[in-house]
Design a binder for this molecule. Structure first.
Ligand SMILES: Cc1cc2nc3c(=O)[nH]c(=O)nc-3n(C[C@H](O)[C@H](O)[C@H](O)COP(=O)(O)OP(=O)(O)OC[C@H]3O[C@@H](n4cnc5c(N)ncnc54)[C@H](O)[C@@H]3O)c2cc1C
Length: 425
């Protein structure tokens, strides 16, 4: 490598990492290596539709090597980060050690089980494409058990699904599962005669969608209730014992499926100074996303925490837009840094929050207003198709949606992979 070329290692090819790379690769003074444990970029906001067998996983994912095909200054290294050594400027991964001039950490978050061991062991998380495919297979397998069950209690247990967490992921998942259940159960499972709702959503807060407006919260409640979901508020899921979901109220719901959407924690990085780790395991950065107490190490997106933005003194929300905007800005700031020009501080621009609750029903909180119903649903479709990484994905998703929404009959309900996680049934 020529002396003047700076080697930048990016760990994590999510929203932040990819937007950073797209910006920086325009500058030929940098060679960039992306390290990721997967060989593809994916779009987390739609994984729940993969889990519900509504869309294909390939609609919302794209291989990194294909993405970098015509980018001579970008390399891909598949592996998981083990530790960083800021002194020798090296990172150790499960597949080798690499040296850097600048390091960018953009590894997002993992699931937080808040120390509930049984839940960590037996509940199904909803963070990755693997999680979504596991859940899809699991629910389909449980349905096959339900049709074979002769004991009504066993059958109910196989069909019951409890979602822990009433944030956007929990609500969107509840909506699609309730709707798919209504559309598909009576057509494809004729053995099940007394069909009733088997879907529970449990939230510790007194409302659904706590980060959104009251109108959005009420709309989510009304739509899900109408779809037959049983909504339990002001209550926590605190244990999962012999396939019984134990609630803080003392009640237990027999259910073979517990989906955990309740919390996240930033991915830990060995080698980061302990004083740089703060709320939720997030890494403290300055106004330019540089990790405090380090030299040449930056952190972006869900994994970082900044108190330097006047409107967000308690950190930015862990959402796609914050990650995208930080990635783009750092991609512009690094060239300024090597040119000895002042870097620009990060200022988050809130573009609004949205959630889809069911077919044709969504809620959108804008900085100045609120949308619901069909118009919100159309906006939701556009906002979720535009950031997809390639035209192929946008087109495939549009086709997939058109088929699934119009016919109510996606045909993806194939049990394709054995479950990896140890389960009790
Ligand atoms: C189910 C779900 C629904 C969501 N819905 C919305 C929504 O509707 N709107 C919204 O704004 N936000 C939503 N979010 C949040 C949004 O996805 C995140 O804020 C965003 O993805 C953060 O981007 P990031 O680049 O920081 O991390 P991520 O996008 O999570 O990317 C992290 C990358 O790091 C890689 N990685 C992780 N650990 C390692 C390791 N040890 N070694 C190597 N690579 C590693 C991962 O494979 C991944 O590619 C949702 C999240 C989830 C999980």
């Amino acid at each position: 490598m020529k002396e003047s070329i700076k080697h930048v290692i990016v760990i994590g090819g999510g929203f932040a990492g990819i937007n950073f790379i797209k910006q920086l690769e325009k500058d030929n003074r940098f060679l960039i290596t992306l390290v990721d444990r997967n060989n593809y970029h994916f779009f987390p906001p739609l994984i729940y539709q993969v889990a519900a067998a509504f869309i294909e996983s390939s609609n919302i994912s794209y291989p990194f090597r294909r993405l970098f095909r015509e980018k001579p200054r970008v390399r891909f290294h598949m592996g998981e980060l083990k530790r960083i050594d800021p002194t020798s400027k090296r990172v150790e991964t499960t597949t080798g050690t690499l040296a850097y001039d600048y390091l960018v950490l953009a590894m997002g978050t993992g699931t937080n089980y808040f120390g509930f061991n049984n839940i960590a062991k037996y509940a199904m998380p909803m963070k990755t494409l693997d999680d979504a495919m596991n859940l899809r297979n699991h629910i389909l397998l449980r349905m096959e058990c339900a049709v074979r069950a002769t004991d009504p209690a066993e059958r109910d247990k196989a069909m019951n699904v409890v979602i822990a967490g009433g944030g956007p992921t929990g609500v969107e998942l509840a909506g699609i599962l309730a709707e798919m259940g209504r559309e598909i159960l009576n057509k494809e499972y004729p053995e099940l005669t007394d069909i009733k709702s088997h879907l529970y959503i449990v939230n510790s807060a007194p409302v659904l969608l706590p980060p959104m407006s009251r109108k959005a919260q009420q709309e989510a409640y009304d739509v899900l209730e109408k779809l037959g979901a049983k909504i339990i508020l002001n209550t926590k899921v605190i244990d999962y014992v012999d396939n019984n979901v134990v609630l803080s109220s003392g009640e237990a719901i027999p259910a073979d499926t517990l989906i955990w959407t309740s919390g996240v924690t930033a991915v830990r990085v060995e080698g980061i100074p302990p004083e740089a780790i703060t709320h939720g395991g997030r890494i403290q950065v300055d106004a330019f996303n540089q990790v405090v107490e380090t030299d040449s190490v930056f952190a972006l997106g869900d994994q970082c925490f900044s108190m330097h933005d006047a409107n967000y003194r308690f950190g930015h929300p862990q959402v796609a837009q914050a990650a995208i905007q930080q990635g783009k800005l750092l991609g512009k700031n690094l060239p300024r840094l090597i040119d000895d020009k002042p870097m620009k501080p990060f200022v988050y621009r809130d573009k609004g929050t949205m959630a889809i609750i069911s077919k044709y029903r969504a809620v959108v909180d804008l900085p100045r207003g609120f949308l619901r119903g069909g118009i919100a649903w159309i906006s939701w479709l556009f906002v979720h198709i535009i950031p997809l990484i390639s035209f192929r994905n946008k087109f495939a998703l549009a086709m997939n949606w058109a088929w699934s929404f119009v016919t109510n009959d996606p045909t993806l309900r194939l049990i394709l992979r054995p479950e990896k996680k140890e389960r009790r049934q």
